[in-house]
Design a protein around this ligand. Structure first.
Ligand code: DQQ
Length: 549
């Protein structure tokens, strides 16, 4: 079926077929970035989980490799689940992962490359000591999974590893273990962090970020074991099994106690900030020693039906060929910045620029960009300040997800772009800002993405996603959008708020896809100060054959 084939992405990483979920064990080794992922070799639904493996020189073009690990021992017979890589100072690479045993108990296992001198790390050997960790007393046998990359603290030879769980009262939590050899582990007496009501924490991630006021430059990522202290904050991320979203908080790590305290105790992990307000889960970061950056990968699942996935023969894609650089936003200090890795700009082909496009109330302006299925868009908007000033009525209670989407007219929004739209906009995905004035006259900016008209097909989940985005004095509103056939990934204000949508257009495909600017606000004129749109080339994502090496 040509339409289903069309939905496959051109520059987001996907396995050749079947089901994929979480990214696992990302690492850099001898010139290659490695991506492992949860994969079902037999069908397009979750099950029989093995570790798929692919490598890249630039995080954009990929070569598929043979499976790295399959369920072949009692301790992972029910699945080789998620895990993380740690590179030791002597160059050794250790991989810790969760095995679901023949009895579906969650245990942690150790594996290492059979031949560390192989840049492609094709073969993995599971330790004879497996399982190296079993659920501790008080923790459910099925609530103990997804070990992090290990880290060390100053003046201590022991490594630390965090593992996600929940307690009997449904509080989500991270347990920490100390180990010298990755075979024997001592439980840390303190829990790293606990948040009541958040349920099972999957795929916990823990890493330092630079505040810009210490030693490390504000634009550089930090190694996982970078010492805590002035100029360094630590991020805890948990993927909430209850609602399938990735939440993070910024805080301070106490290395002596292995505990972590959020800066903002009200918006703690699991209730506060999200990496992405759309479809994005089970993410994981790693430190890239080449460009000295922290890189984030996430799993973007499908929002179509299981039936459609089976018909297509594949399900879900990775923000894998488009990983994101993660930094602390040193301007606000209260959120991270996520941005597509710079290498994706190498896919840019011809580009078009539009400047000073006036968008009156209720206007829709087509942008002639030729083919519009693989795009990189950067747009900046200026709102008429006097019109904003003149609005006196307060529009309280606005929320992207409960709003009517781009069709709902407010005084100061929505305005932005329509992508994956057909000529008469019977299909469109809207990416937009929506300003709201509070009763005290203060202005709040929302960034939303509306999928409600994304597709004529109806066996889909269609939502309006989004949240508030911080906008500082003097800043224009800016957005970056990556469009790739059936995915729209958007980043507002340099990546303060991000939204990923899966959309399945039936008309806005091939040469019929268009881009528009729109302003559906009733009380404000907006100028699209600059809009740059590049066609993006397809990435090479090649099947493995020994001769291709
Ligand atoms: N997926 C894995 C688990 C993890 C979950 C199993 C998150 O290890 O907790 O496929 O999507």
């Amino acid at each position: 079926n040509a339409m289903l084939a069309w939905q496959r992405t051109a520059f987001h990483f996907q396995p050749p077929k079947n089901w994929m979920n979480d990214p696992n064990g990302p690492l850099y080794h001898k010139g290659w970035y490695h991506l492992f992922y949860q994969w079902n070799p037999h069908s397009a639904v979750w099950g029989n989980i093995t570790w798929g493996h692919a490598v890249s020189r630039d995080l954009v073009h990929w070569l598929h490799l043979p499976l790295a690990m399959v369920p072949d021992h009692w301790y992972d017979a029910n699945g080789v689940w998620s895990g993380s890589a740690t590179r030791l100072p002597d160059g050794r690479i250790v991989m810790l992962y969760t095995g679901s045993t023949a009895d579906s108990v969650q245990v942690q296992n150790l594996a290492e490359p059979a031949d560390p001198s192989d840049p492609l790390l094709r073969e993995w050997v599971k330790s004879d000591a497996n399982p190296v960790l079993v659920p501790p007393p008080g923790i459910g046998l099925k609530d103990f999974r997804d070990p992090t990359t290990a880290w060390r603290v100053p003046n201590d030879t022991a490594w630390r590893v965090a593992i996600g769980s929940k307690d009997r009262s449904h509080a989500g939590l991270a347990l920490v273990y100390r180990t010298e050899d990755f075979v024997r582990y001592d439980p840390d007496p303190a829990l790293m962090h606990v948040v009541p009501g958040t349920g099972m924490w999957e795929c916990v991630d823990f890493y330092p970020v630079a505040t810009g006021s210490g030693g490390a430059g504000e634009n550089s990522g930090l190694e996982t074991s970078a010492p805590p202290g002035p100029g360094v904050k630590h991020v805890v991320k948990a993927s909430l099994d209850d609602d399938k979203h990735d939440y993070y908080a910024i805080g301070t790590y106490d290395a002596a106690a292995d505990t972590w305290t959020p800066d903002d105790t009200v918006n703690d992990v699991g209730i506060g900030l999200r990496y992405d307000y759309g479809k994005f889960y089970a993410s994981k970061t790693f430190y890239d020693p080449v460009l000295r950056r922290r890189v984030l990968w996430g799993w973007v699942g499908e929002t179509d039906s299981e039936r459609a996935d089976i018909l297509k023969g594949w399900a879900s894609l990775q923000i894998g060929s488009i990983p994101r650089t993660v930094l602390l936003d040193t301007k606000t200090g209260s959120n991270l910045l996520q941005w597509p890795v710079v290498e994706v700009e190498n896919l840019r082909m011809s580009g078009k620029s539009f400047g000073g496009v006036a968008l009156g109330h209720g206007s829709v302006v087509p942008l002639d960009v030729g083919k519009a299925t693989q795009l990189d868009i950067e747009a900046e908007f200026e709102v008429d300040a006097a019109a904003v000033e003149a609005v006196t009525e307060a529009e309280v209670g606005f929320n992207c997800s409960t709003s009517a989407g781009a069709a709902g007219r407010g005084m100061l929004g929505p305005f932005g772009l329509l992508v994956l739209a057909d000529e008469d906009r019977s299909e469109q995905t809207a990416v937009y800002f929506y300003l709201v004035k509070g009763t005290d006259g203060s202005l709040k900016t929302f960034f939303c993405q509306d999928e409600l008209r994304g597709s004529k097909a109806n066996d889909l989940v269609k939502r309006v996603y989004g949240s508030v985005v911080p906008v500082l004095n003097g800043e224009n509103l800016s957005v970056r959008i990556l469009v790739d056939h059936s995915i729209v990934e958007s980043f507002a204000q340099g990546g303060r708020t991000c939204i990923t949508s899966r959309v399945y257009p039936t008309r806005a495909i091939y040469d019929s896809a268009r881009v528009f600017l729109f302003n559906n606000a009733t009380n404000v004129h907006v100028t699209a100060k600059s809009v740059k749109i590049w066609q993006l080339n397809s990435a090479y994502i090649r099947p493995y054959s020994a001769s291709s090496l």
